[in-house]
Design a binder for this molecule. Structure first.
Ligand code: PMP
Length: 410
């Protein structure tokens, strides 16, 4: 006899770990479902515009790998990733100006999302503290929550983390007995704010963390998607011994392949990759081989340049539409790269409620609260300009502006 489904569900609920009980469905996921409705203009999704990829070529590459190297491609592989891809990752990092890394420091991961998970697994006990920007990447906040880690925001301005705010925060948290493990930061074109950490602050941030015995997790999936301004040095290049760098092929190639990597200080490397092996045994071999062949056979830097031209026009289209249509009283960021613009509305407007009205008015976005460790972003929202064309962006911003005008008058 099997138990009645309801009572079994209740019994299973009682079996849940404390960890699982804390995991929430992210608002981003809810909105993702909505974005499949073609009648809505979606300014929500941070999906790269894959129509620009050489799909036929990728098809040929994939076919050839299966036909000629199928038994290797479909087999388990090393938990570190393939040697060929790890070597190529050094070239990708060099294109970002990071040259002080060797192949022995690189582990291939199942997207950079899993590198975040590995970092928490290696460093965090329940009740530990990590520092981050406010707002920050919702996927990282979910990981912290799953490890029962408290994410404490550090003060930022339009130039990113404020060094003095970091010092003050560390002293204040330590004075109240918190154990700080690392600073999780997205220095380039933060998701969701679009803000970049100013070049002149980077050394100071790195120095503070080194002096305080706090690791840095540098999450840099958008770094090469820069539309203007000069690249700033990565934190990893400033302090290779105290920074775990997380990179990804998701934004510069294809997120569906789920391949990212971490460049880890030599003395931590073994612990780090063993944490990954315990989750997935190894990153997918076929996908790594597809990426290797793509990097060898396609002008991938030229491809990134094409993406940058496209995304620059889309960003400009969004900034122009915002300048032309938004009602007074709303501020927004002007990102030099990446996918996102962050809007701050007058206090009292709840963007989660606004989203429900947006669905009726035919435009969707992500409400700010999802990204905020302090819970103080109810009047903020994220717009993405990467995956829709200029005309659709203009239409979406007009619809949103209409909604906002009504909300502000109310
Ligand atoms: N970090 C940031 C800041 C992101 O925006 C994303 C994806 N949106 C990720 C990590 C996860 O990337 P991946 O696909 O490599 O897991």
């Amino acid at each position: 006899m099997t138990a009645a489904p309801q009572s079994l569900a209740t019994a299973h609920e009682a079996l849940l770990s404390d960890r699982a009980a804390g995991i929430k469905q992210s608002a981003v996921r809810d909105v993702f479902e909505l974005s499949l409705d073609p009648s809505l203009v979606s300014l929500a999704g941070g999906n790269p515009f894959l129509q620009l990829l050489p799909l036929e070529k990728i098809g040929e590459i994939s076919q050839r790998i299966i036909t000629e190297q199928g038994t290797e491609a479909l087999q388990y592989g090393s938990g570190l990733g393939t040697v060929e891809l790890r070597e190529q990752i050094l070239d990708v990092m060099a294109a970002e100006g990071i040259t002080n890394v060797k192949v022995e420091d690189v582990v291939v991961t199942n997207g950079s999302q899993s590198a975040q998970d590995m970092a928490c697994k290696v460093f965090c006990n329940p009740g530990d503290t990590v520092l981050c920007e406010d707002p920050t990447y919702v996927g990282a906040l979910n990981t912290f929550e799953a490890y029962q880690v408290t994410a404490r925001p550090v003060g930022t301005d339009e130039n990113g983390l404020i060094p003095q705010a970091l010092r003050d925060r560390i002293s204040e948290l330590r004075a109240s007995g918190e154990r700080i493990k690392f600073l999780y930061t997205i220095p380039n074109f933060n998701n969701p704010s679009g803000i970049t950490l100013a070049a002149e602050r980077r050394q100071e941030i790195v120095d503070i963390c080194r002096a305080e015995g706090i690791l840095i997790l540098e999450d840099n999936p958008y770094g090469m998607l820069r539309y203007d301004g000069q690249p700033a040095p990565t934190l990893r290049s400033l302090d290779p011994e105290n920074v775990i760098y997380m990179g990804s092929f998701s934004k510069i190639f294809a997120p569906g392949l789920r391949i990212g990597w971490a460049a880890v200080p030599t003395h931590l490397f073994r612990r780090f990759y063993l944490a990954g092996e315990a989750v997935a045994l190894c990153p997918p071999t076929l996908n790594q081989m597809i990426i290797s062949a793509y990097l060898n056979e396609h002008n991938w830097k030229g491809q990134i340049a094409k993406y940058n031209d496209l995304y620059r026009s889309r960003r400009d289209a969004m900034l122009e539409a915002l300048a032309a249509h938004l009602p007074d009283g709303i501020s927004y960021t002007r990102p030099e790269g990446g996918f996102f613009i962050w809007l701050t509305l007058p206090e009292g407007i709840d963007t989660y409620q606004l989203l429900q009205q947006g669905v009726k008015a035919g435009v969707i976005f992500i409400p700010g609260a999802a990204f905020s460790p302090s819970g103080q972003a109810d009047n903020k929202l994220r717009l993405a300009f990467c995956s829709v064309d200029e005309a659709t962006i203009a239409e979406g911003v007009q619809r949103l502006s209409g909604l906002l005008a009504t909300a502000i008058e109310a």
